[in-house]
Design a protein around this ligand. Structure first.
Ligand SMILES: NC(=O)c1ccc[n+]([C@@H]2O[C@H](COP(=O)([O-])OP(=O)(O)OC[C@H]3O[C@@H](n4cnc5c(N)ncnc54)[C@H](OP(=O)(O)O)[C@@H]3O)[C@@H](O)[C@H]2O)c1
Length: 335
């Protein structure tokens, strides 16, 4: 096969949020596949906050991407050649294909075959992908909301947050989103169905939470950590449940900055705070994906995507997440 594979490689190791110049592009021939392999032509590359951890040297749940290697990322694409018995040409798959136009796979890095032919394939990286299942299991299994509960969500307009807010609405909860701009606050209330939204950069968060949650907060889906969560934890209702999903506001990981002690708040509210990693739910992804896809079809779960055009946009994209410049699931469209 005579094809060129354009790739984005990690060229140097950052110590915090990776910048565009930590990456370099190259072009190599696409390798021939052998028996048991297939070739995926990628269409969308995912951009996730976790990528910061994947390129830094600090210990993480995956080994760091090596210097000179293709940047690790989720992606979705179409199989264009196959010598694998279980994968056929023309099938759409999502998985860990990296920032490259063509990925050779033996199936080991495939998350799933994308069988929702009636829905855009990009959704397989967002609301029908890792972000959607994170929102679904984090909310239903860790926060355990009951109808009528007040659910507060940080990074409310983002990929995970926007799905959490909408699922909580579907479950009959009152939802309050915390986000970083006036424009995103309007998006939260007008398009994502939040009952209230707070712009933490311009409003007094404590005052705004008091007004939006007069009976306290029953569930807090925490994507942020940092000063936002320090404040939210002072407004808990009795028996509150906190799901620790992400720590995007933590600027330093080594050492981690010391914040207020939360024990008194948790004790007095008889509250529970629990971290979770979505990979622990992998066996149950199909159950969530089917529900999420049906909610999308029924118009209950809005598509919330921010799509950049072309591979050249990828190197600077991780930084966008940490500057709050994305509105919704950040993707790079390459084909
Ligand atoms: N536990 C798991 O298994 C799991 C799985 C997937 C994702 N996650 C976590 O879920 C969280 C959301 O991920 P996502 O992919 O949906 O990203 P996202 O919310 O679409 O994008 C990141 C958002 O973080 C916010 N942000 C950036 N810097 C911030 C700061 N200093 N303080 C407060 N907010 C800040 C920005 O929103 P604003 O402009 O609104 O501030 C930005 O848009 C991340 O923490 C991620 O690591 C966890």
């Amino acid at each position: 096969m005579d094809l060129t594979n354009r790739r984005i490689l990690l060229s140097s190791r950052p110590t915090g949020v990776p910048e565009a110049d930590h990456f370099a592009a190259d072009e190599v021939p696409v390798p021939e596949i052998t028996d048991g392999e297939f070739l995926v032509q990628t269409e969308y590359w995912s951009v996730d906050p976790a990528m910061r951890g994947w390129v830094n040297a600090a210990p993480n749940y995956l080994p760091p991407v090596e210097i000179g290697a293709v940047m690790r990322s989720f992606g979705v694409g179409t199989i264009v050649a196959s010598r694998h018995p279980n994968y056929a040409e023309g099938e759409v798959v999502s998985g860990m294909f990296g920032w490259q136009h063509y990925a050779v796979s033996d199936g080991g890095n495939v998350d799933r075959k994308v069988e929702e032919a009636d829905l855009p394939s990009s959704l397989a990286l967002g609301v029908l992908g890792l972000n959607g299942v994170t929102a679904y299991f984090g909310l239903t299994e860790v926060c355990e909301p009951a109808a009528g509960d007040t659910v507060v969500v940080s990074t409310a307009a983002g990929a995970v947050g926007s799905a959490v807010g909408q699922i909580a609405q579907i479950l009959g909860c009152r939802t309050v989103g915390i986000t970083g701009s006036a424009e995103k606050a309007v998006l939260c209330t007008d398009s994502l169905g939040y009952d209230a939204a707070i712009n933490y950069r311009e409003e007094n968060l404590g005052e705004a939470l008091r007004l939006a949650c007069p009976d306290g907060i029953n569930c807090y889906f925490d994507n942020a950590c940092g000063p936002i969560s320090d404040e939210v934890i002072t407004h808990l209702a009795i028996g509150a449940r906190i799901a620790i999903c992400g720590t995007v506001a933590l600027t330093e990981w080594d050492p981690i900055p010391v914040g207020p002690r939360v024990h008194r708040q948790l004790l007095v509210a008889r509250a529970r705070m629990q971290g979770f990693l979505i990979l622990d739910y992998k066996a149950r992804f199909p159950e969530a994906t089917e529900k999420l896809a049906n909610w999308v079809r029924e118009g209950k779960l809005a598509r919330n995507e921010h799509i950049l055009e072309g591979a050249d946009a990828a190197p600077g994209a991780i930084k966008m997440l940490y500057e709050g410049k994305n509105t919704g699931k950040l993707l790079v469209h390459v084909n």
